[in-house]
Design a protein around this ligand. Structure first.
Ligand SMILES: [Zn+2]
Length: 162
C-alpha cells in the first residue's frame, strides 16, 4: 500500500474512508509516514544516528511500558523496494522480523499520531529514506518515560468517509 507522507491513513475499497481521533482525545489526526513503494520516488538523506537508534529501540519494545505496535500480521511483508525480508537484532528478545506490524508514533505538540509500517527502519537504514521533519521532531520529542500504548490509543479513532 502506497500513501503519500503526511496524508490521512485511508482504508477500504477505493480508499473510501480515513481516520481521525475522537473529540475527547489529546490527538486529532492520524497521518501516514513511510508507506513507500517502487512506483513513487521518495526523499533521501542522512538522519541523526541517535534518532535511528531511538526508532530501533521502540521497534524492539524498549523501554518497557511503551508499545508503538499495532496490526500485527501472522506472516511478513517483504520490502516494497528490494523484496528482502529484513530482520533486526534487538538487545532484548533476539532477532525481530520487520514487515509484521504498523507503528504509531505520537506528537503531543502537533496533536498528531504518525502511522508507519515497521519496515520504515529498513527504508531508512538500507534505502536512505528521509522522513518529513514533522516525524523526526515527533520521534525526537517522544517522551518514553511516560507510558504509551498504541493499541489503547487506537480505540479512540473514528472512521470518516466522504
Ligand atoms: Zn529494501
Amino acid at each position: 500500500m502506497y500513501s503519500e507522507d503526511l496524508s490521512p491513513l485511508r482504508r477500504g475499497t477505493d480508499n473510501k474512508y480515513w481516520y481521525e481521533f475522537a473529540d475527547d482525545c489529546e490527538f486529532e489526526k492520524l497521518l501516514t509516514i513511510g508507506w513507500l513503494d517502487s512506483n513513487h520516488s521518495f526523499p533521501v538523506g542522512p538522519i541523526d544516528n541517535a534518532l535511528v537508534k531511538k526508532l530501533r529501540d521502540l521497534i524492539c519494545c524498549i523501554p518497557k511500558g511503551i508499545n508503538v505496535h499495532v496490526a500485527r500480521i501472522r506472516g511478513q511483508h517483504p520490502c516494497n523496494l528490494c523484496k528482502a525480508y529484513p530482520k533486526i537484532r534487538c538487545k532484548i528478545g533476539g532477532m525481530r522480523h520487520l514487515g509484521c506490524t504498523e507503528l504509531r508514533i505520537p506528537s503531543r505538540e502537533q496533536k498528531i499520531v504518525f502511522t508507519s509500517p515497521d519496515m520504515i527502519l529498513h527504508y531508512i537504514e538500507e534505502h536512505s529514506y528521509l522522513p518529513p521533519d514533522e516525524f523526526l521532531e515527533a520521534l525526537r520529542n517522544f517522551d518514553t518515560s511516560q507510558p504509551f500504548n498504541a493499541v489503547e490509543l487506537g480505540k479512540k479513532l473514528i472512521k470518516r468517509s466522504e
